[in-house]
Design a protein around this ligand. Structure first.
Ligand code: CO8
Length: 264
């Protein structure tokens, strides 16, 4: 397993545990992985680099056993003016994550709060430990979600639950979050990374163009009209009929052997 260092003191660790899989680990344990500007810039650099990585099939984004991320760094934000906030253009940093071409699995232990939950909601699949705590507590420090918390949350859990979470800032347990639809897999705390690796490993064996099309159609389709989204789906499916992996997958099924997908 290789760990790539960075000049900012390893606030984001990058590991390649298996071919095709990258683990991105937030590493500010002293502040529960609070997201200051440096860590968000570093995350964006790491995710930007993924767009040129033809061998990458799936990313796991994680923190440590106490915290995925406890939100934006309040010490950092306490000194920032509105104009400085504007000039930061952090939407460009978040865009690197939401635009990741391969699926991103959030592996969550401990706290996923505020910007931390928003970061998790930039991912495509969430694997969460039973004692994790999730919430949008921004209102309690005088602000509101600002990295998609009002929008991605309402799409995931519906208006009334999103309103309650954002307006009260209450922190919920993993069982409640699962029941709301915020969680893809709820597992024992010690099993979070094993489960995330298992999901990533399964995705890594799938035909890459089909995986990319599924991610793109689900994400774009959910914000379009049903008719438009269904047309998008049809076009993507038709495109897949031009791939060698479609021929390989169907031939392998008919010959009762395992397919070997090449991304062609
Ligand atoms: N920012 C800065 N420091 C933090 C943060 C944070 N979000 N969370 C924890 N820390 C620090 C604490 O200040 C403490 O530092 P020190 O040791 O110097 O006192 C250290 O981490 C450990 O924290 P605790 O002692 O409080 O640890 P506990 O395990 O008792 O509690 C909690 C953990 C529950 C996570 C608690 O620390 C907490 O409530 N943190 C704040 C959570 C919060 O309000 N998050 C939302 C922040 S606002 C936000 O995210 C806005 C998003 C806007 C756009 C997105 C931009 C990224």
């Amino acid at each position: 397993m290789t760990v790539k260092s960075n000049p900012q003191g390893d606030i984001v660790l990058l590991e390649r545990p298996e071919p095709g899989i990258a683990i991105v680990r937030l590493n500010r344990p002293d502040v529960r992985n609070a997201l200051n500007l440096s860590i968000r810039q570093r995350l964006a650099e790491v995710f930007h680099a993924f767009t040129d990585d033809a061998d990458l099939r799936c990313v796991i984004l994680t923190g440590d056993d106490k915290s995925f991320a406890a939100g934006a760094d309040i010490a950092d934000m306490s000194k920032v003016t509105a104009v400085e906030m504007y000039h930061r253009h952090t939407e460009r940093l978040w865009g690197a994550i939401s635009g990741c071409p391969v699926p991103v699995v959030a592996a969550i232990n401990g706290y996923a709060l505020g910007g931390g939950l928003e970061l998790a909601m930039h991912c495509d699949i969430t694997v969460v430990g039973r004692s994790a705590k999730l919430g949008q507590p921004e209102v309690r420090v005088g602000i509101m979600p600002g990295a998609g918390g009002t929008q991605r949350l309402v799409r995931a859990v519906g208006k009334f639950r999103a309103m309650r979470m954002c307006l009260t800032g209450e922190i919920i347990g993993a069982e409640d979050a699962c029941e709301m639809g915020l969680i893809s897999a709820l597992v024992d705390d010690d099993d979070v990374m094993t489960e995330a690796m298992s999901i990533a490993g399964t995705i890594a064996l799938m035909p890459p163009i089909a995986v990319a099309q599924i991610k793109e159609v689900i994400l774009h389709g959910m914000d379009a009209s049903l008719e438009t989204a269904l047309a998008l789906e049809r076009k993507a499916l038709q495109l897949l009929f031009a791939t060698q992996d479609k021929a390989e997958g169907m031939e392998a099924f008919l010959l009762k052997r395992k397919p070997i997908f090449t991304g062609q």
